[in-house]
Write a protein that binds this ligand. Structure first.
Ligand SMILES: [Fe+2]
Ligand SMILES: [Fe+2]
Length: 314
């Protein structure tokens, strides 16, 4: 049998697994483009979890009570855990976490645009839990069925924790909207700032998202950006009503014919600017991550020396 035939068999085997909606595992043959797409997506996801600790971490020392501090600490620690699972999932594809971290801090790999916005009040902690973790859930629940096994399995645990994150955010907002006028205004002001960036978390509109169809063909992605964005809007509007908060879109209304809410287009030029590095906090977020990585060098060195002494590989 020639090498070309072998390759064809392998390709066919891969396609059969995808067509049967089964999982590709690290030991299985996979096309190089599939592997690269997954590395990029999982790395970007892992980086988002890690960078995403910063906006809320900003408020840990200023939490208004011990209870709020304990909740926020637990939430931010969960995000670190998500980053670790995801780097481990990426490593099953033959890349190294150190290499991915280098790419993040040198700006060669991206993370979610949402974390380049500042957190200006404690209401932002609630609104991030409600809207940002809420959008993350919409994006991530379908990834539990991703064709790549290690990623799909990591997402199951992560989604359970994201659901706790969304509830803790909503619970904080419920307390605030039942508080003083000033607290209600804080929630409204924060919602006004985070609404559009949350809609942008689903990525550009489908017409401007050339990789979506290939990712869907491979069973990595299950829904388009616009489908997920619509799902998020439909889920969020009744929650805003329950809070007595107005979402900052005058054209937001129920469309009985479609069975969905109509809503306005976000400003896509803003998304492009934030992704390309010109968001309000891009430089600050990367500088902070770079500094933390440098400060942690001695821990990595010590762990490597310990492993070498005790016969481990690292
Ligand atoms: Fe997370
Ligand atoms: Fe989260």
């Amino acid at each position: 049998m020639t090498a070309t035939l072998d390759e064809q068999d392998l390709q066919q085997g891969f396609e059969d697994v995808i067509a049967a909606d089964q999982r590709i595992e690290p030991r299985d043959w996979m096309p190089e483009a599939y592997r690269k797409t997954l590395v990029r997506q999982i790395a970007q996801h892992a980086h988002s979890e890690i960078i995403g600790m910063q906006p809320e971490g900003n408020w840990i020392l200023r939490a208004p009570s011990l209870r709020r501090k304990a909740i926020l600490l637990a939430k931010v620690q969960d995000e670190a855990g998500h980053g670790m699972y995801l780097y481990a999932a990426a490593e099953t594809l033959g890349v190294d976490r150190e290499e991915l971290t280098e790419k993040l801090i040198s700006g060669r790999q991206k993370y979610s645009s949402i974390f380049n916005y500042p957190t200006l009040s404690y209401a932002d902690v609630g609104v991030i839990g409600w809207l940002v973790d809420g959008a993350a859930i919409c994006n991530q629940v379908p990834l539990c069925r991703c064709s790549y096994g290690p990623y799909a399995r990591a997402m199951i645990r992560i989604c359970k924790e994201e659901s706790f994150h969304q509830r803790q955010g909503y619970e904080l907002l419920l307390a605030m909207v039942n508080g003083t006028d000033a607290q209600r205004e804080m929630v409204q002001e924060s919602t006004n700032r985070f609404w559009w960036p949350s809609l942008m978390m689903f990525g550009p509109p489908d017409a401007d998202s050339p990789n979506t169809s290939q990712s869907m063909g491979w069973g990595i992605k299950r829904h388009t950006n616009d489908e997920l964005r619509q799902r998020f809007v439909d889920m969020t509007v009744p929650q805003a009503e329950a809070l007595g908060i107005t979402l900052p879109d005058p054209d937001l209304r129920w469309n009985a014919e479609r069975g969905h809410y109509d809503f306005s287009e976000p400003d896509w030029s803003e998304l492009k600017a934030v992704i390309s590095g010109s968001g309000p906090c891009n430089a600050q977020r990367l500088a902070h991550r770079r500094r933390a990585h440098e400060d942690g060098a001695w821990v990595r060195d010590a762990a490597a020396a310990y492993a070498a002494k005790h016969g481990g590989s690292r």
